[in-house]
Design a protein around this ligand. Structure first.
Ligand code: ME8
Length: 519
């Protein structure tokens, strides 16, 4: 009776692993919140979810930052990784493992994938010379550079300062994979979402690929290349491999067989090329199955400005949670920003949406329904006494929500899933205004009971389906309607509240926020 229920099938999803060379910012928090909502959705929908996140501690930038601060690189990595992990906990993230690429099993995984690529004939030693962008840990082709007004060589794309590098390095035979990657996108257009991102990868591929320098000798903060201790792996080789480590590669065959290939890599739009060109090529070379999908979310901007430390508008995610509350922050970003596109936020827009959608549309409906049940029915849930067409229509709208929201979440259109839920809440609010149960109660208690039962049902279903985004608040609302803990996964959507159940005294869930002070 649950055709799309997960039936305990595995679902493995990951976030990007952040560089811990500074404190986490709101862009990182956004990625964690969104991935967590997707993970929670699949769990509630009956999947055996494994959710991996962590930090990418290697690379030249980490070593330089530590040097500038006069501390050992390992100390910087540990201290800042701890901060990223603490942020995840603060955000209520339901991750199963927080990986750090300094973990021992990750070194074994990186060594193993390197050896397999080498065994396949795809790694050779040669002289590398070219421009390197330390900030993004990436090589930039001559054609993609220019000299700026200060006489510095910078990347055209982002203005990052470039360093001329000449050394003997190992190369990966990326050029050999152009056709196989084009075939991948031809056969599996769903490999990269949203759809609008595919063209940029296809035109990059059609331009033809050149071999990739995958080791460094000028610094030592990284995973050593097997049998050549003078080299460390290019940070992206070991970073991408974290997704394999997190699924037990190469030591734990049972874990790996269960969860690999990954179902979904959640990343930001600036690292698509690494995940959609290099990563599948490495895996093809190593003879490992490819992940099923990569989804690139957009960037967040504060008041429409790109966040940067120099502009001084990097908001500490903890401050936002203190000001607005965790679940309202989670809801705001996932509803306000179309997932996959860039988004902007300000204190004003947060207050406006939280008050309109949470305090009014959702909180008020739940609160009014529960308090009228308290007032007119002594807090005992009334039963329905025959449905009017309007009752039946609203109940049927609510019953269809699971299918609609599932479709949206399965294509990572989180914002559309929430929109569907809030449309149902709007319909329920129109219904309660039209039915006026507070007047009906004086003349027709039976009809009042039916109206309140219908409202309670809509609240229950919306609260069930909004749990992935607002786990705590929805839990409180389900408590309010005495929904048992065992009836809170998505198979419970088709159940019904049981008339005659005693409800606890109502408590407000989403307080109204004051408009922010202007300075
Ligand atoms: O790229 N808005 O690490 P990172 C939204 N270590 N997302 C943002 C953002 C913003 N303003 N700024 C960054 C790295 N992100 C690599 C990843 S994965 C094998 C290695 C996102 O700390 C960014 O797109 O620079 C990425 O997905 C994540 O935050 C970590 O970025």
């Amino acid at each position: 009776s649950h055709p799309s229920h997960g039936d305990n099938r595995p679902f493995y999803l990951t976030t990007a692993i952040a560089y811990p060379n500074g404190a986490p910012h709101i862009g990182h928090a956004y990625e964690y919140i969104s991935a967590d909502a997707l993970a929670r959705f699949k769990r509630l929908d009956g999947f055996d979810v494994r959710f991996l996140t962590g930090t990418d501690v290697h690379g030249q930038k980490m070593q330089q930052t530590a040097q500038a601060q006069g501390i050992p690189t390992a100390e910087l990595a540990t201290r800042n990784s701890d901060e990223f992990e603490a942020l995840q906990r603060r955000l209520g993230s339901s991750f199963d493992r927080f990986i750090r690429t300094s973990d021992d099993d990750h070194k074994r995984a990186s060594t193993e994938i390197w050896n397999r690529m080498a065994a396949n004939g795809d790694i050779y030693l040669d002289k590398y010379s070219g421009w390197y962008d330390v900030r993004d840990e990436t090589f930039v082709g001559e054609d993609d550079t220019h000299v700026d007004e200060n006489g510095e060589r910078v990347a055209v794309e982002n203005g990052h300062l470039l360093t001329w590098t000449e050394e003997q390095t190992y190369f990966f035979r990326l050029s050999a994979y152009t056709d196989r990657l084009l075939a991948l996108y031809d056969e599996h257009p769903e490999f990269l979402g949203p759809d609008t991102r595919r063209n940029e990868i296809l035109s990059f591929l059609r331009g033809g690929l050149t071999d990739l320098s995958i080791s460094r000798t000028t610094f030592d903060w990284g995973v050593q290349v097997p049998d050549d201790p003078g080299h460390v792996m290019y940070v992206w080789v070991d970073a991408l491999t974290n997704y394999l480590t997190g699924a037990g590669f190469p030591d734990d065959d049972a874990l790996f067989d269960r969860y690999w290939p990954a179902d979904l890599h959640v990343i930001g739009k600036d690292i698509i090329r690494f995940h959609c060109v290099y990563w599948p090529a490495f895996l093809m070379s190593a003879g490992i199955e490819l992940p099923k999908r990569v989804f690139a979310h957009g960037f967040l901007f504060n008041n429409g400005e790109k966040m940067s430390k120099s502009v001084g508008n990097v908001v500490d995610p903890g401050d936002l949670i203190d000001a607005f509350g965790l679940d309202p922050v989670r809801y705001f970003f996932l509803r306000e920003v179309s997932y996959g596109q860039d988004g902007s936020y300000s204190a004003e827009s947060m207050v406006a949406r939280i008050n309109a959608d949470l305090a009014n549309e959702f909180g008020n409906l739940a609160q009014r329904t529960a308090s009228m049940i308290g007032k007119y029915f002594d807090g005992v849930l009334p039963g329905p006494a025959g449905y009017t067409d309007d009752d039946a229509e609203l109940l049927s709208t609510a019953a269809k929500l699971l299918g609609t929201v599932r479709t949206h979440f399965d294509s990572q259109a989180i914002h559309l899933g929430l929109e569907a839920l809030w449309q149902a809440l709007a319909a329920a609010n129109r219904y309660i205004s039209a039915e006026e149960p507070w007047k009906l109660a004086k003349t027709d208690l039976e009809r009042t009971g039916t109206v309140l039962y219908v409202c309670a049902e809509v609240v229950r279903i919306v609260a069930l389906l909004a749990q992935p985004v607002m786990p705590q608040s929805c839990g409180t609302i389900l408590d309010q309607f005495a929904v048992p803990a065992t009836d809170r996964d998505f198979t419970a959507v088709e159940k019904r509240l049981v008339p005659g159940t005693a409800l606890p005294a109502p408590t407000p869930v989403f307080p109204r926020l004051e408009a922010p002070a202007r300075d």
